[in-house]
Design a protein. Structure first.
Length: 370
């Protein structure tokens, strides 16, 4: 009756979003300008900027494939998942264009949010993001890049090639590094609002499954399944009313084999790990009192809460809550924004640079992979 964390973010999300939605501008812009592909809260993204970014991303995809070819000594099968993802993007300009434009829209939202939340990255933050990127590509430690002549030549050549292919000037390229640093700053700010502890419950249960022979949940139980589960519950209640130990009844009747072997005991479980219905019931149930039947997607339960207390989240759990909180915050930001795309935003999405820009040995390695 366990699930992964998914509910802890709700309260923190309300806090994180408070005031932000009201502060964002709400001006909508009519899309009759052929040079505009979308507006975000009244701020336009031009077709030229969009197409330049698409070309830049395509070029980066090609650069990454070539680098993976180098790192794997020509055996792209060692990085097959990533390479195939890059190839899919390059071969589907419309899908890649959609992804790029959505990212650019998000970047405008991030720019607004960072200003309102005072989370704008410093020049040092942007420089660190840029140096980390080039450190990966050159194999030089970020703090040694400035003194490394070969690395500096690589960086200069990289900027020149990026500008030649995409049309983005160096300032526009650096703005991408600034955007990445801005996302980092926003993540730190929002993630810090994630809870550090959670209600944890020690409970035991008797499960009467809707589908006893199927371990998976049942979205819509039939009337026959529901009646059978209720008959099972009544049998369990009758035995408990006759002072038979809970553990014995669970061992005999519960459809949760793992806990049935322990007399129905689930042990200590964070509330957010429990399935809906079960979690709601044990959150407020009086300890040492059997409640139910409680319905979940698995069936009907008789539940007894043995103990309940707040406990610190483990580091992996808190990290997951932070990721979920940030994702929910970003979804809220999108929902509250006014984003208006032109009807013809997808016209003319670049399909260049294409795979034929790769060297013949890389193309041969791709053929072997596919």
């Amino acid at each position: 009756m366990i699930r992964r964390i998914g509910t802890l973010v709700v309260i923190a999300l309300v806090v994180a979003a408070a005031g932000l939605a009201a502060a964002l501008p709400r001006a909508a812009t009519a899309q009759d300008d052929p040079d505009i592909v979308t507006t975000v809260n009244g701020t336009a993204i031009s077709r030229e900027a969009f197409h330049s970014r698409v070309r830049f991303v395509r070029w980066q995809y090609l650069q990454e494939i070539a680098k993976l070819h180098e790192l794997t000594a020509g055996n792209l099968g060692l990085a097959a998942g990533r390479v195939l993802t890059l190839l899919d993007g390059l071969r589907d300009p419309d899908a890649l264009g959609e992804a790029v434009l959505s990212q650019m829209e998000d970047e405008l939202l991030a720019l607004e949010a960072a200003a309102l939340l005072q989370a704008e990255p410093t020049p040092d933050d942007v420089r660190a993001k840029r140096d980390a990127f080039f450190g990966l590509w050159t194999g030089v430690e970020p703090d040694e890049l400035a003194a490394d002549a070969d690395a500096q030549r690589y960086i200069a050549d990289w900027y020149a090639a990026a500008q030649s292919v995409s049309g983005l000037d160096p300032d526009a390229i650096d703005a991408i590094f600034a955007t990445e640093a801005r996302w980092d700053a926003l993540y730190i700010l929002i993630a810090a609002r994630a809870p550090t502890e959670e209600l944890t419950v020690h409970s035991r249960h008797i499960l009467c499954r809707f589908a006893p022979d199927e371990p998976e949940p049942v979205a819509s139980p039939t009337e026959a399944q529901r009646r059978a589960a209720l008959d099972c519950i009544r049998a369990a209640q009758a035995r408990l009313a006759g002072d038979e130990p809970f553990a014995d009844v669970a061992a005999d009747l519960s459809g949760d084999a793992a806990s049935a072997a322990r007399g129905g005991d689930l042990g200590w479980v964070p509330l957010s790990y429990l399935v809906d219905g079960y979690a709601a019931a044990v959150e407020t149930a009086r300890p040492n009192t059997v409640i139910g039947p409680v319905e979940t997607e698995y069936g009907l339960h008789l539940i007894e809460v043995l103990e309940r207390e707040m406990r610190p989240l483990s580091e992996p759990d808190r990290a997951q809550v932070q990721r979920e909180l940030f994702g929910a915050w970003l979804d809220r930001l999108r929902q509250d924004a006014t984003i208006t795309r032109s009807a013809d935003w997808a016209v003319g999405i670049p399909a260049e640079p294409a795979l034929n820009a790769l060297s013949s040995d890389v193309l041969e390695a791709i053929d072997r992979l596919e």
